[in-house]
Design a binder for this molecule. Structure first.
Ligand code: HPA
Length: 271
C-alpha cells in the first residue's frame, strides 16, 4: 500500500467538501438508511474516488456521504467491500484508512450476522464485545505496514469499552433490547453447514458474519476507538436448521434498522 494513494483519495474528498468529519460509520447489508438522517449531505460514489476499490455491479450505489447528524460531522460508508466479492484485505480496509486521514476520531460499524447463540433470535441486535477471525488472513500482513503504524497490534480490547457502556445505557433508556457477544468472521459467500455452526458454537462465537473483523483490526492499527453492532438475521441452530433465504436476511435487517438508527443517533449525540 502506498501513502500517496491515500493522500489522493483524501484530497479528492476534501475538494468535494468533506471537511474534518469526527465520526466514521460503516453501514452493513440492509442497514443503509442512516444516511437519510444526514443533514446537508455530500455524496462521493466509490467509483469516482481515486484509488478506491471499484464498486461491483451489485453494489453500484456504494458511496461515502459526508454531513451532520445531531450537529456532529460524520462520514458514512453506504455499502462496504467484502472478501467474497473478490477484494483483498487491503481493499476492504482502504476506506477505513481514508476516513481516518479525513480526521475521524471514532468509528461505528454495523453488519448483518447469523445467531449462533440459541438464546438470540432473528431481529435481535448484538453489540460485539470481542471477535474470532476465521477469514484466514490479516489486513496488516503487508510489507511496509510499519510505515502506517505498529505491526504487532494489540487486540486485548479491540472494541472501545466506554462507547460500549454508553450504547448499553442508551439501549436501556430507549427500551431497545441489545445483546452482547462474540462475532466470528468467515469469508463466505456460502452460508455455513450444520457442522460448521456446531464448530462455531464450540469455539465460543455468539454470531457469525462475513465482514467487520478486517475493519476492526485496521481501526486498532490506527488507534481509532470503535464499536460494532450486528443485526441478527437468521438462527443458526444446527438441530433445527432451515434453508436460509438471502432476501429474508435483507428484509430482517431492514426491519431492525430503525432501532439501529436510533442507537447510533443517540450515541453520536452523547459522545
Ligand atoms: N452466516 C454467515 N454470515 C451471515 C449469516 C450466517 O448465518 N447471516 C447473515 N450473515
Amino acid at each position: 500500500m502506498i501513502k500517496e494513494q491515500l493522500e489522493e483519495s483524501v484530497a479528492y474528498l476534501v475538494s468535494k467538501g468533506f471537511d474534518k468529519p469526527e465520526i466514521g460509520i460503516v453501514l452493513g447489508t440492509g442497514l443503509g438508511r442512516l444516511v437519510d438522517e444526514i443533514k446537508n449531505p455530500i455524496d462521493a460514489y466509490y467509483n469516482h474516488i481515486p484509488f478506491f476499490p471499484l464498486a461491483t455491479v451489485e453494489f453500484h450505489t456504494g458511496k461515502l456521504v459526508f454531513g451532520t447528524i445531531e450537529d456532529k460531522k460524520v462520514v458514512v460508508m453506504q455499502g462496504r467491500f467484502h472478501l467474497y466479492e473478490g477484494y483483498d484485505f487491503l481493499d476492504i480496509t482502504y476506506p477505513i484508512r481514508v476516513m481516518h486521514m479525513l480526521g475521524i476520531t471514532k468509528l461505528f460499524i454495523s453488519n448483518a450476522a447469523g445467531a449462533i447463540n440459541t438464546n438470540f433470535k432473528k431481529g435481535d441486535m448484538m453489540l460485539i464485545e470481542d471477535h474470532i477471525n476465521l477469514q484466514g488472513g490479516s489486513p496488516l500482513a503487508f510489507k511496509n505496514v510499519s510505515e502506517f503504524g505498529e505491526r504487532f497490534v494489540d487486540m486485548s480490547e479491540p472494541y472501545d469499552q466506554n462507547m460500549r457502556n454508553k450504547l448499553i445505557e442508551i439501549a436501556k433508556d430507549n427500551g431497545i433490547s441489545l445483546k452482547s457477544g462474540i462475532y466470528a468472521s468467515v469469508v463466505g459467500p456460502q452460508l455455513e453447514t450444520k457442522a460448521e455452526y456446531r464448530m462455531l458454537k464450540i469455539l465460543g462465537a455468539d454470531a457469525v458474519g462475513m465482514s467487520t473483523v478486517p475493519e476492526v483490526i485496521v481501526a486498532n492499527h490506527l488507534n481509532l476507538p470503535m464499536i460494532a453492532v450486528s443485526v441478527l438475521t437468521d438462527e443458526c441452530d444446527p438441530a433445527n436448521l432451515k434453508p436460509v433465504d438471502i432476501n429474508e436476511i435483507i428484509s430482517i435487517a431492514e426491519k431492525t434498522e430503525p432501532k439501529m438508527v436510533k442507537l447510533f443517533k443517540e450515541l453520536i449525540k452523547q459522545i
